[in-house]
Design a protein around this ligand. Sequence first.
Ligand code: ATP
Ligand code: LTN
Length: 328
Amino acid sequence: MRKRIFSGAQPTGELHIGNYLGALKNWVALQNEYDCIYCIVNLHGITLPQDPLTYRRKTLDLAKIYLAAGVDPAHSTVFIQSDVPEHAELTWVLSCISRMGELERMTQFKDKMQKGGGNRERAGVGLFTYPVLMAADILLYQTDLVPIGQDQKQHLELTRDLAERFNRDFGEAFVIPEAFIPPVGAKIQSLADPAKKMSKSDENAAGSIFLLDKADTITKKIKRAVTDSGTDISFDPARPAITNLLTIYHLLSGMPKDECVEHFRGKGYGDFKGELAEVVIEFLRPFQERVEQYADDDLGAILKSGAEKARGIAGETLAAVYRKTGIK
Ligand code: ATP
Ligand code: LTN
C-alpha cells in the first residue's frame, strides 16, 4: 500500500509564492509516489473574520489554484473541509485530550492574537483551538506525511502528541504523522521586510508576490524589494534580503544554487532584480492561464467525488475513535 499524504491551505486570501514554494509545489511533486489528499480548509479560515458574501467564491477559487498548480484529481483526492463533517466531530474529541498549556504555547496563536490587538480577553476561541482542528484533519486519514512550510511545524508536533496520547489512553486509533518540510523554500520572507515571513494576512501587499499578480505588479514589487548593504549577490545568512530573493530565483528557475551565484557574479542589484522579475513572470504566466480554464461545473464534480472518497476514510477513523472512547 502506498503511504498517505494529507495537506491543506486556507481560502482566506490570495496564495503567494511562499505558499507555492513551501507547500503546493511539494504536494504536486509527491503525487505519484503517495496516496495524496488535499483539502481546502474553510473551517480554519473563519478563525479570523471573513466576508460571508465572498467566502464561498474564494473557497472554490482556491480549488482552481490547486488544480492549476498541478494537483491532478485523477491521482489525488481534492475536497472542501466542511463537506466532511467528521473533521468537526473528531476536533471535539481531540479537544477533550488537549491541554490549555500546550495550545497557549503555539506561536501562531500568539502571533495572530498580537495582530488582533494583543488582548487575551477578546481573542477568538477558534484561533486558540485551530491546531486541534488541524490535528483532526491529519489524523482522520491515517496520514504518514504532511507537506507544510516551516511555520506549521509546531502544529504538526502537537498533532503527533495528541495522536500518541489518544493511542496510549484509549488504544491504537491513529498513525503518527511526520512533517515534510522542504530543505529550501520552507520559509520565504516578505519582500518588504526580510525579518517576516511572506504572509497572506500581511496588510502590506508589497511584501508578497501573489500567484495571480499581473506582470507589471510583479516587476514593481521586485524593484521595490528591500535589499541588504553590500553589493554581492550570494546566499549569506547575514544578508537575509538578498538570500531570500536569490532563493526565489533558484527555486523558480531551477538553476542550481552555485550556478545562480556564478551567473550574477559582478552584476548589480538592478540587473539581478530585472532577471528575477522575468523568471517569476514566466513561471506564473502558464499557471495563470490554467487557472482561467477551470469552469465551476467541472470543479463541482471533482470536489463532490473528492468529498465522498474522503468521507469513506474519515468515517472509519471516527467510528473507531467513538468505539474506543465508549461514545458508541
Ligand atoms: P497566513 O500567512 O495568513 O497565516 P498562510 O499562508 O500561512 O496564511 P495557508 O494558506 O493555510 O496559510 O498556508 C498554506 C501552506 O503554505 C502551509 O503549508 C504553510 O506552511 C505554507 N506557507 C505559508 N507561508 C509560507 C512562506 N512564507 N514560505 C513558505 N511556506 C509558507
Ligand atoms: N494550518 C495550515 C493549514 C492546514 C493544514 C491542515 C496543513 C489546516 N489543516 C492539515 C496541513 C495539514 C496553514 O498552513 N495555515
